[in-house]
Design a protein around this ligand. Sequence first.
Ligand SMILES: Nc1ncnc2c1ncn2[C@@H]1O[C@H](COP(=O)(O)OP(=O)(O)OP(=O)(O)O)[C@@H](O)[C@H]1O
Ligand SMILES: [Mg+2]
Length: 375
Amino acid sequence: MFIKELHLLNFRNYEREELQFEPGICVIRGDNGQGKSNLLEAIYCLCFARSFRNYKENDLVRWDTPYYYLRGTIFLQQRFYKLEVGYEAQKKRKVIKIDGKVVKRAGLEGRCPLVCFVPEDLELIRRGPEERRRFLDREISQLYPLYGDWLSRYNRVVYQKNRALKENWHSAHSGEFLKVWNKQLIYFGSRIIKQRAHAVAAWGKLAARNYSLLFNKGPRLQIKYVTFLNKDLLAAQPEEIEAAFKARLAAAAAEELQRGFSLVGPHRDDLSFLLDEREARRYASHGQQRSAVIALKAAQLQHYNQQKEKPVFILDDVFSELDAQRRQECFNLFKDAGQVFLTMTKKEAGFATFRQQFAVPSVFHVQRGRARREE
Ligand SMILES: Nc1ncnc2c1ncn2[C@@H]1O[C@H](COP(=O)(O)OP(=O)(O)OP(=O)(O)O)[C@@H](O)[C@H]1O
Ligand SMILES: [Mg+2]
């Protein structure tokens, strides 16, 4: 896949901009606060109709304007697609079109091979379980079109159940009302669990190989999905997962009523990185942790490649965070991508050598919400 064309209107600090891209590496340069990340965000938003950063939709609309509009052309599965995303801030109304036809769900979710890598990802192992879940959810909803749906419905049920638990914990019939919420938790939750297990297994296998290539005598990396069900999730039938989930909820019901919030479900799951069977979060060096994340990012790129479509790789500010060795690890990933967008500040040393080494075809210079091609 590659992005060929992007047209921005009132998106973040871009008033109006039209850009053409080619496959290969594209460097976005500029000083701080000029609109480099915003441009990457627009590319992501064109494909998935939402941001990769955790922002509210309204934040994407240029201040004091009523809407944003993105239009672009991407090359995917041997043909060009025209994509449009428009969002009206006041009505909170979003319209997504593919080839001029209105589509319901987030654009090309499930079809668009795009991997993004931001400095926060580098700290994934050190951060809390909530961030790791958010990472999982972001990446998996890109892979499977239904996942985002299940997730938002699941989260709504957790929210409602928690509210009900808080308000009704003293009621005599509370056991009954729990069943209503739990039924839905089981339905959506089991699907989420299954999908997460599959994605992590696929990435984990590739990441382990990548890590051992980076450190041929080093420790062995394993990435595991940690959930409350003690089961071989990959082999389990959907009904088995549902039954196990149901049993756990039944066992926890009394405690949930007593404590007043929902205790069991994939909203409390985690992702675990092990180096030679030990928790990387507790024992690995900072550098090892970062390399493990790079191995995971590489795995995501390769996973897309296995599906016979070269992905787009978006890197925002990652290089300034890396030492020389990990920079090289990261550069090695470029070969697995069809198109790479990366940001660099003007202060970044070594840009000239980088440009030469990779024969970078396009460089854009961003200043106050305008992007100009540099010769
Ligand atoms: N909705 C918006 N409307 C107008 N301007 C906005 C909006 N949201 C953010 N901005 C402006 O966009 C600028 C930030 O752009 P961006 O995050 O892309 O910077 P950057 O070039 O990536 O900088 P850095 O190198 O520091 O990461 C800020 O100056 C901010 O004030
Ligand atoms: Mg930025």
